[in-house]
Design a protein around this ligand. Sequence first.
Ligand code: FAD
Ligand code: SF4
Ligand code: SF4
Length: 406
Amino acid sequence: MTSINKLSDIVNNGLCIGCGLCQSVVGKDNIQISMSPKGRLEPKELKNITPETFNKILNVCPGVVVEGLPKKQIDPKTKYDLVWGYYLSLCYAWSTDKKIRFESSTGGLLNGLSIYLLESKKVKFIMHTDADPKKPMRSLTKFSYNRKELLGGESRSRYGPASPLDRFYEALNLNQPFAFVGKPCDISAIRQLSKIDMRVNELCKYLLTLVCGGSAEFTKSQDFIESFKVKEDELSIFRYRGFGNPGRMHIKTKDNREYDREYNSFWGEESTWRIHFRCKICPDSIGDSADISALDTWRGGSPTKEDEGFNAAIVRTKRGLDLINETAKGKFIHIGDKLTINDINDFQPHQLNRKKAVYARHQGMKKNNSPTIVTKDLRIEEISKLNSNEFNKKEELDILKRIEKI
Ligand SMILES: Cc1cc2nc3c(=O)[nH]c(=O)nc-3n(C[C@H](O)[C@H](O)[C@H](O)COP(=O)(O)OP(=O)(O)OC[C@H]3O[C@@H](n4cnc5c(N)ncnc54)[C@H](O)[C@@H]3O)c2cc1C
Ligand code: SF4
Ligand code: SF4
């Protein structure tokens, strides 16, 4: 298998998700993240990185290594499922604040937990993702210190490219307790960094995530606005969902033209998702190593109508369990009925399929001499052994067709 010797090997082999952590490790003068013509955020080396620094990137980059929940986070009472990993609780949960519930992605569980953390002073700030107010189709990393900052923008599902870790060192350097909300790949990168930087566990108190179908390339959003003959610099709002569950994809121009389309027009048919190659081979898109993973709860995996917003929560750690219970006690969120693994499978058939397929996809890459992600404690080999040979063979071959398009 070809090894990874430089940053461009990660990018050119489709392993990069553009998280931005490498830039944060070495600084903007040395690595710059920019949008590629294919619509992905990709890092470029501006100055030669020393072998020692590159080694540090290799140890944390989610395109290189992804691991499951650290052993010391596994509570004795934790339950275990081969596909869904460790969990202390599976339940419905959503924000009790009607406005947050309505405007957030699903039911505002993640925003509700974030507000509780700020207002109970458990953390000083929330590190999360928002729209760039000047270029609303693009995302940026935000440190929110209060309710107004957290909810004042587009802190709801941003399906296009984002670099949620590009300011992670800046967050650590503030030397204040904070919580991070991001995608599962971001959480795995933080867990890896915590092994080599003690400040991570001292300061980053909570890791909250969403179950993630994948990040769509920027070209998909561009096609959306172009279908209404709108140019990017005319936009004042670009929203993927929210204002209802799922809510509509919505854009508004600076001269007040408004257009929208239903959520299923973007996410309905999996073959049109245009997600990053890294997402196709994602060994953990369910937030295996987070404290809490939030997800949608449409039976069969897709919405058939608008509803008030019902998140499910996979609570993985004791810290996550205490947080969700305290947040409910403080009346920031409502905890609904308990759920079973069968319910979660029903809500997320695409996740179940990916977890079954991903080991074979990695094997296909190895047979092609392409580097792939090193994984540990994610159960993917065990899951793959339960598949038929035909299923695994097909996944190995299909990923080779995708490799040609990286
Ligand atoms: C790329 C992507 C793929 C998704 N795929 C699935 C899926 O397969 N199944 C499923 O059930 N749910 C998926 N979701 C999540 C789902 O849409 C809901 O966001 C989830 O149920 C949480 O809902 P909520 O109302 O609690 O979130 P909210 O309260 O609206 O909070 C959303 C949080 O996510 C953060 N965020 C938004 N976009 C990004 C991003 N690109 N990178 C990092 N952080 C971000 C925001 O800053 C905010 O903190 C996906 C979301 C994204 C962004
Ligand atoms: S996945 Fe993140 S850390 Fe790895 S190369 Fe891409 S931007 Fe850098
Ligand atoms: S599918 Fe995996 S790699 Fe892609 S954005 Fe989601 S967590 Fe990250």
